[in-house]
Design a protein around this ligand. Sequence first.
Ligand SMILES: [Zn+2]
Length: 459
Amino acid sequence: MSSIESVLETADSNTDAALERLFALLRMPSISTDPAYHSDCVATADWLVAELSSLGFDASRRDTPGKPMVVAHGGPQDGPHVLFYGHYDVQPADPLNLWKSDPFDPQIEERDGAKVIRARGAADDKGQLMTFVEACRAWIETSGALPLRVTILFEGEEESHSPSLVPFLKENAEELTADIALICDTGMWDTQTPSICTMLRGMVAEEIIIRAADRDLHSGGYGGPAANPIRVLSHILASLHDDQGRVTLDGFYDGVHEVPGELAQQWESLGFDAEEFLGKVGLSVPAGEQGISALHQIWARPTCEFNGILGGYTGDGFKTVLPAEARAKISCRLVWDQDPLAIREALRARVHHLLPADCEVEFIPHGADRASVMAVDNPAFEAARQALADEWPKEAVYTGGGGSIPIAGHFKQVLGLDSMLIGFGQDDDAIHSPNEKYDLNSFTGGTRSWVRVMAALAK
Ligand SMILES: [Zn+2]
């Protein structure tokens, strides 16, 4: 095997040609949500198949009821095996008038003394997936082969809720199963600090409708004796937290664990500034669970939040009505081993417990997904973290993610794989917005990072 240094040199010397390849990919308007671009999505999949085939991958376009998948196999037939995931579809570019140039005519722009690539999909996710392809190229051009067994899966429906993904994983489970999945669709902690996201919150969501009288009532005629669904609903909602910000549902914290000391130390070292974080959205004082830092609240603690509430007269002016019904949409972000279905049951039990005579409740469930917590004691994590630290100015950190990335859950549930979420995006990339960009440094540093991570995982 060639030394890493010579592979990195190849990667560096390829930068101009790599940008040309990325630009060719960015010129294809693979907008998955708009049927008008269906043939562009297929053409993009074909382009990727050709690109991977030219590197010696056994690559194919795999049609689905939606947009095609691209699957490719390369490297030795035995030894460590990674599944690399990225998506080639993009968000619509609207509103077009806010772009400085055609979103599908990529440009290099100077910003604050650094070069950025501006185009729809530059960061999400074409630039990111090409970092891995270019790393593969550097290995193959330098040593004639990949250092480990690689299966690539590129999806074309990520921006439209991945309807074909789980069926495709199920049908092709044997072909796609590897030792670990690498997902390149996230960001660095900052421009100096790479990260591996190892914890993603899950969610359970529920809509509650409280009904009382069989029609809206006049508050002069019935106010007093008639049950008011808004009051009932408010009482229920107010009961869900104590004055320390903790959720009061029975068993809510079952399966919530302490953050292990070493991980907590890494998080501490990030110097997360809660005031600055809140300041960006016009807030100043951390709410939520008392005594728990804002970062821990987002990455490692569950929530119960009210996302919508509706009832009675909400138009202009005033109407003295006792409404026949009131409704609320509630979602809980979940961590560690919390069981979404048990929490749904506890919520329903609380509602029934507080429901007065003459009132009825209807529940509408809206999704229930466990948190994804990766097994970082798998040596691959530490190997990758070290490899990233070798590339960037600052030590790589294990981070959490407050939201969810469904693909990681699907890989776990369907293929039994842990995922390493390693990405090189930055907070200001404006993904999904006008003037999306990807730092040139993210592209070249990302490519070099994958060269190193592949070598580390090959051992
Ligand atoms: Zn993405």
